[in-house]
Design a protein around this ligand. Structure first.
Ligand code: TYD
Length: 137
């Protein structure tokens, strides 16, 4: 549900030595991590994502810099989130459309997922997404 989309705090153990943040499976995020990827060097004019996932859930963390994430449901309701703090994460359940854009030059966006990559569970056409999930969310 779009109403659940909000930034949450990551456990922080920063001290005089520097920052240290911790995420443990199912304690700090709602799933076991099977996949990690990170996005960087993306021009500020580029829009990434442009898909929904039938099965996978994600956690996004802006480790460095900033970017925006639009999370859109099949009824075209939208939540725009600015990720600009390594102490916060955004949890995105399955079946929601995601666009990432406005990357700062130094942006490093870390993404954790509960699933291995499977192109077959990606929906990359918004009209297909609306017709498949319009009555399910
Ligand atoms: P894509 O999902 O289109 O990236 P974005 O939505 O951020 O623009 O993926 C780009 C390419 O990388 C595509 O060929 C699939 C591949 N890829 C994997 O093989 N495994 C992965 O976990 C991801 C995220 C992408």
């Amino acid at each position: 549900m779009l109403s659940d989309i909000e930034k949450r705090k990551i456990k922080y153990f920063g001290d005089s030595l520097g920052g240290l943040n911790v995420i443990e499976n199912r304690k700090d995020i709602p799933f076991d991590v099977k996949r990690v990827f990170y996005i960087y060097g993306t021009d500020k004019n580029v829009i990434r994502g442009l898909h929904a996932n039938k099965n996978s859930e994600f956690v996004m963390i802006s480790l460095v810099g900033s970017c925006y994430v639009d999370v859109i449901d099949p009824n075209e309701n939208k939540k725009k989130i600015l990720l600009d703090n390594p102490n916060e994460y955004l949890y995105i359940p399955k079946m929601l459309w995601k666009n990432m854009y406005g990357f700062s030059q130094d942006s490093v966006l870390l993404v954790l997922s509960d699933s291995y990559y499977d192109e077959n569970e990606y929906i990359r056409d918004f009209e297909d997404y609306k017709s498949e999930y319009g009555d399910k969310i």
